[in-house]
Design a protein around this ligand. Structure first.
Ligand code: NAD
Ligand code: LMR
Length: 341
């Protein structure tokens, strides 16, 4: 089966780490891919250089790569779209500044996806503020009239919190010495911002409860809780800003790796494992319907995701999630006030 994948912001930093792995089979293995790369006119020349390098890799799985500045052309019959193109946050900017700059991009691209992509397209929004950009794009996609009479359902729009999930895995591995592939059931709740809620309550490390492993390591349950609250949660939630401060640019290679993890798992399933995905809420865990929030998810072999239900949040996590949901609600209100919804 040949897959058609659209990537926006294709001449940018994240895309430069992502396109070569995508073309080489990091998501679809041996299945051939067609890449449709979208950029703004000012970046077209740079994108031509990326196209040259993709050709020069001579990947057997890369059937074709084309560049355009027209969203409808980029998204035509797309099976998946990685929406990376957006202005990145610079030091000192908050997400409200970003929404002002990026909302229009996601309004227009959502509409084009609704008109032109396959109705079952999988959309992964990476550009920030990712959750609310996904909400804006989903809204505009779902109201488009299509030639096939179908509509793109808003649930086809997700946002990337897999980077936060992977950061959490990395930090637990560093703390405990356990290999990352022995750490399960880590969850990121809420917004992809510093209000997100990284959660180890139900996590397992080599089959043992993570809080118990941490209690052994830290010298008691109280100290383990203090490590989680005072060090782990702020470190995961603040990692994006820490990378910007250290590198002078936002995370690129790790964001690319996470976007590929997200799309691969959403397409082929997680084999029962929980991953964090920001998806449209239908009211789970008290998150108002319609918001795009990170939840623990599993994906079955048909490529359908489900939010893991029935987990009990203690008062501390409930209160943190409420704060993150309040931020998502405020972003949705800002988006509406700015005319993006
Ligand atoms: P970058 O500036 O290197 O590249 C962005 C590219 O997008 C540029 O080439 C630009 O020309 C292009 N672009 C801008 N508007 C566009 C449009 N309307 N259509 C098509 N292309 C357009 O930035 P980057 O480092 O690649 O980051 C991209 C985005 O990803 C930023 O918003 C950043 O904040 C975000 N990000 C998200 C996560 C996450 O985990 N969700 C992690 C890291 C970065
Ligand atoms: C990240 O998490 O690295 C990105 O979202 C960049 C940022 O603005 O924090």
């Amino acid at each position: 089966m040949t897959r058609t994948i659209a990537v926006t912001g294709a001449a940018g930093s994240i895309a430069y780490s992502l396109l070569f792995r995508l073309a080489a089979g990091a998501v679809y293995g041996q299945e051939p891919v067609r890449l449709r790369l979208l950029e703004v006119p000012q970046a077209v020349e740079r994108l031509q250089g990326v196209l040259m390098e993709l050709a020069d890799c001579a990947y057997p799985t890369l059937l074709e790569a084309t560049a355009t500045t027209d969203p409808d052309e980029a998204f035509a019959d797309a099976d998946a779209a990685l929406l990376i193109g957006a202005a990145p946050r610079k030091e000192g900017m908050d997400r409200a500044d970003l929404l002002r700059r990026n909302g229009e991009v996601f309004r227009a691209q959502g509409a084009a996806l609704g008109r032109s992509a396959t109705a079952d397209v999988r959309v992964v929004v990476v550009g920030n503020p990712a959750n609310t950009n996904a909400l804006i794009a989903a809204h505009h996609a779902s109201v488009q009239e299509r030639a096939d009479g179908r509509r793109v359902d808003p649930s086809r729009f997700t946002a990337l919190t897999r980077l936060d999930h992977n950061r959490a895995l990395g930090m637990v591995a560093q703390k405990t010495g356990a290999p990352v592939d022995t750490i399960e059931r880590v969850t990121i709740w809420g917004n992809h911002s510093n209000t997100q809620v990284p959660d180890l309550t139900d996590a397992l490390i080599d089959g043992r409860s993570a809080p118990a492993v941490l209690a052994d390591l830290c010298g008691g349950a109280e100290r383990a809780r203090a490590w989680v609250t005072d060090e782990f949660i702020p470190a995961v939630a603040g990692r994006g800003a820490a990378v910007i401060s250290a590198r002078g640019a936002s995370s690129a290679a790790s964001a690319a790796a996470a976007a590929l993890d997200h799309l691969r798992d959403w397409t082929f399933g997680t084999n029962g494992a929980r991953v964090s995905m920001a998806v449209r809420s239908t009211g789970e865990y008290g998150v108002p319907a319609g918001l795009v929030s990170s939840f623990p998810c599993t994906v079955d072999t048909s490529g359908a995701y489900q939010i893991v239900e029935g987990l009990v949040l203690d008062d501390a996590r409930r209160s943190l999630l409420d704060d993150s949901v309040a931020e998502l609600t405020a972003e949705r209100e800002d988006a509406a006030a700015l005319g993006f919804l």
